[in-house]
Design a protein around this ligand. Sequence first.
Ligand code: SF4
Ligand code: SF4
Length: 433
Amino acid sequence: MFLDPTKLRRITIEITANCNSFCPQCLRRVASDVPHLGLKEGDVNPAIKVGSAGNMPLETVKNIFTPIVMGGLKTLDFNGTFGDAINHPDLIEILHHIADVSDSQEAVRKANGRNRRTDLWVSTNGAIRDKQFWTDLGHLASERYNPNNSEMIFALDGTDDKTHQLYRRGCPYEKVLENARYFMEAGGKAIWQIIEFDHNKHQIEEAKELAEKLGFVRIDVRRSRFAERISNQLREKAIETGVMSVKEKETDFKHTGFSKVKKKDMSKGAEHDSTTDNYKEMEKKAKEIVVEQFDDNMEDYANNCNIWCQWGNEGKLQIEWDGRVHVCCHMTAYFGRPWRKDMANKDGTPNNPYHNHYVAKYDPHWNYTSHHKLEDILAHRFFQKDLQDSWNNRVDDPDKPRLDVCVDNCGSIATKLRDKKEDRISLDGGVTT
Ligand code: SF4
Ligand code: SF4
């Protein structure tokens, strides 16, 4: 079964749309004025709710982490597009609840080949909460989840407060380090994650040394996503201009960085300076695919490329702060931009192939775990039939068109360029924690 609820490999979940920080690229805020929706740069994205309305209730959590799901779930990943889990007032209670359900299913879990407890991954800016909270989290991660593969990923984008807060705004550097220390002292494994920018790349070597000295188990140097960006940009240009050949594209293709999360072994050193060569190599491969296999025609590529559903085929799914289930984070980011003219009407209401050909035909709340258990949602015809049918159709199919989000992120180009061995992925669409 596609996305079999008894054997899920990973659930990535965003239990809140709230955050204490305001990173410039985050999708939780509007990046520039949108006059037709009355939005100003920096306003909260109208696709989300904030305050208590933005927190996932425990009842929804219970509909997701059911005994059926916890009898097979390998990894629980708190990450997302709009919020940071530590802002949820009931995070500790939620984690205990999930661990309780998991413990009640120990025999089933083992029969399903999951010999260890579920891994717990949390990505956070780490800048709020007190010693007790971080101590509790450290105990939870090391005692109630799989201690070998549970990680708290702290976003530390520099080695001093000024540099760090250039991007991770409102997150005092020393406070994050202090919270990480409390977490580690309670037995948790902490990861230092740094997003490489021009303004902080000179500090990466120092960050590596510091991370090791302070007891972090690893440092991840992260760049914006790469394979998908090439695919997206090629396609966006093709859409803008009608159909545009890759040869024409060469003249105005600009890019400044390599993008993907790299897990670093501290003993081996970093390789973060070969971005241009890496990029050129990847771009060359992308072009070869379009030129050789699709007569240099992006429209042909969009309609006929093979789509390999990276998340679904690997048993991974994404759940939004409001309980909505998507196969992947690409969907969340894609549909969380009501100002995009190809996604929404002038008033911001959805107007796109996903909504018009799929969602509008289903029952209200068909994919909301606020209303249904996760296993029932995964049995829905969208996941078990319609989405899979779409991958064999053209983008202009009148009934079940293939979605451009699938072409962009899981078409032949993205599949070829993506490093499949990479288990941890960064979330697209306004770099999240
Ligand atoms: S974009 Fe489409 S094909 Fe790719 S992971 Fe998401 S649902 Fe699957
Ligand atoms: S990127 Fe993460 S830490 Fe920054 S504002 Fe968005 S959710 Fe918060």
